[in-house]
Design a protein around this ligand. Structure first.
Ligand code: 5BU
Length: 264
């Protein structure tokens, strides 16, 4: 199957968020997720507004905002509707099923009420997926499993990564893909989202490791690039988002024309 046939892939998905995301990617020609790691609501809303036309996903760390108030969420949802992108709260749940249910549904942030997409570590075993699924499934939400990380010395590899792939297949109505550095399964239902992407830098002083969009999409076979500081700290984030969108999409088109590039 051609990599570009996102609408074909959407037909294979039962999960509404996966379907919606694949359609958005095709319609907007975007495989760019912006990591909106900012400290104030106004900055977050501004970033959503200016990068909105270029992105398919906006990723938040809602708990780093210094001035969070619940009305932010309505405003963010409006911008997401207007520009057609998915909201992904990068909460990386990592506790037992019963606890993550409350962390997902309750507290100040009420993540399940607004985030189309969340992610989780699989360290606790599959109970974490079952707990999140009890809250998110009826709302049409989706879950990504953190199967690999971008940081130096991380422990997510080998049999751990393979266990994530196994769990994704077992819960494939709710699990829509992975946070990973490369394509982990040929099953076209699953999306691969990859952080650690920068066009100019190779890393940061705290262990972050960057690759180019060409490496991640073209060579590693991932679907979506996640870009934070490359866009957020650019002089002109709107222009930077468009540069990353073009680079991500060009890498995808090139790998489709030359499928051998996808072999590792
Ligand atoms: P950066 O500014 O492009 O380095 O931001 C990367 C974002 O992706 C940031 O929000 C991290 O929390 C997130 N991230 C990551 O960098 N690496 C990982 O392995 C995972 C998430 Br999982």
């Amino acid at each position: 199957m051609s990599r570009l046939c996102f609408s074909e892939r959407a037909k294979l998905c039962t999960n509404p968020t996966a379907k919606q995301l694949l359609h958005i990617m095709e319609n907007k020609k975007s495989n760019l997720c912006v990591a909106a790691d900012v400290l104030y609501q106004e900055e977050l809303l501004h970033l959503a507004e200016v990068t909105g036309p270029s992105i398919c996903v906006l990723k938040t760390h809602i708990d780093i905002l210094k001035d969070f108030s619940p009305d932010l969420l309505t405003k963010l949802q409006k911008i997401a509707d207007k520009h057609q992108f998915i909201l992904f709260e990068d909460r990386k749940f990592a506790d037992i099923g019963q606890t993550v249910k409350s962390q997902y549904h309750d507290g100040i942030y009420q993540i399940s009420s607004w985030a189309h997409l969340i992610n989780a570590h699989i360290l606790p075993g599959s109970g974490i997926i079952q707990g999140l699924q009890e809250v998110g499934m009826s709302r049409g939400r989706g879950l990504l499993l953190v199967a690999e990380m971008s940081s130096a010395g991380n422990l997510l590899h080998g049999s751990y990564t393979q266990a994530a792939v196994g769990m994704a297949h077992e819960y494939s109505d709710f699990v829509i893909g992975f946070i990973s550095q490369r394509k982990l399964t040929e099953n076209p239902k699953f999306l691969h989202l990859t952080p650690g992407v920068h066009i100019h830098n190779s890393g940061d002083p705290l262990g972050q490791q960057y690759n180019s969009p060409e490496q991640i999409i073209g060579k590693n076979g991932s679907d979506i690039i996640i870009v934070g500081r490359g866009i957020v700290q650019a002089k002109d984030p709107k222009a930077a988002a468009e540069i990353y969108r073009e680079a991500g999409w060009a890498a995808l088109e090139k790998s489709c024309r030359n499928p051998s590039l996808l072999q590792q």
